[in-house]
Write a protein that binds this ligand. Sequence first.
Ligand SMILES: NC(=O)C1=CN([C@@H]2O[C@H](COP(=O)(O)OP(=O)(O)OC[C@H]3O[C@@H](n4cnc5c(N)ncnc54)[C@H](OP(=O)(O)O)[C@@H]3O)[C@@H](O)[C@H]2O)[C@@H](O)CC1
Ligand SMILES: Nc1ncnc2c1ncn2[C@@H]1O[C@H](COP(=O)(O)OP(=O)(O)O)[C@@H](O)[C@H]1O
Ligand SMILES: [Mg+2]
Length: 289
Amino acid sequence: MAATNMKSIDEKIARQVVRPRPAESHKGTFGRVLLIGGNKQYGGAIIMAAEAAVSAGAGLTTVATDPVNFTALHARLPEAAAIDYSADSLKDQLASANVILCGPGLGTDELAWRILDLVCRSAEPDQAVVFDASALDLLSQRPDLLKEMRAGELVLTPHQMEWQRLSGIKIADQGDRANQEALERLFSAGMKNVILVLKAHRTRVYDLTGEIYRNSAGNPGMATGGMGDTLAGITAAFIGQFGQRLSSVLAAVYCHSKAGDDLYESSYLVRPTQLSAYMPRLMKRLSTC
Ligand SMILES: NC(=O)C1=CN([C@@H]2O[C@H](COP(=O)(O)OP(=O)(O)OC[C@H]3O[C@@H](n4cnc5c(N)ncnc54)[C@H](OP(=O)(O)O)[C@@H]3O)[C@@H](O)[C@H]2O)[C@@H](O)CC1
Ligand SMILES: Nc1ncnc2c1ncn2[C@@H]1O[C@H](COP(=O)(O)OP(=O)(O)O)[C@@H](O)[C@H]1O
Ligand SMILES: [Mg+2]
């Protein structure tokens, strides 16, 4: 793919997507987001994703996680509901969500496999699914699960090592043509509405139409554990509010990095939770002036 096909992910797309909220609205208007992940070791990952989802405007946020994380989640984020991710009630939550984010801190044990399988089989055409982190590592062993999915939109958010596992392309060889071909291979005869967010210093976004987008924002202060979990939560919230569109995902990528850049101006590093706390002000600014 020639570099000339590359489009920039910049403030323009964010301003097109992040519009003032309609007055005639309620929490259901802005998306029911279900986040699944957080085993005993990685509870922080799903808590950071949930903080990001709430702060990026998800109308209703539910976290399906190991019960060991309930108290921490409720103490940090009373806006989110919590359920046990091993319980049968996960099926009901999966049925009622508009957007499902699966993977941050999920781990790769037998329960994680069962949950991934359930998400892949149950997602309907009116639902969007975002796979991140552990879910991508599991899928790299069972890529066939992707081909059978019926979700309306699927977003994959790997970092370069996760993409290496899933695509088989070594990090040094992750050029645009190879990435595009690997995405097409993963979904040949499968769903069409697929978006790959390949995270790096300058994140690139691919879809099955062959368009490639390059993020214009982001900085090394963002190289802090949990920053990808935060992007995943923002992405789910944006799809929930602004619709199953490529533009919602591009705006999420930009806003995440732009928030990081604003904070980096006066701070040596950017904590994911600080980035989330800043999101409502950034979104207000983008939507108004
Ligand atoms: N607080 C918590 O609970 C948190 C929990 N988390 C959860 O941990 C689980 C495992 O996820 P993971 O991302 O930490 O591990 P993995 O997939 O093995 O990747 C790391 C390996 O890849 C390599 N690498 C190369 N290029 C890279 C790149 N561009 N970006 C990143 N890595 C790159 C890297 O190279 P190295 O650092 O050695 O140079 C290393 O060898 C998962 O469930 C996740 O959600 C996290 O979300 C953090 C906060
Ligand atoms: N040097 C950097 N410059 C710009 N963005 C960065 C940099 N380092 C990390 N990021 C961003 O931080 C996020 C890291 O994602 P990921 O590796 O999945 O983190 P985690 O799994 O710890 O949550 C990505 O969005 C990536 O683009
Ligand atoms: Mg990650």
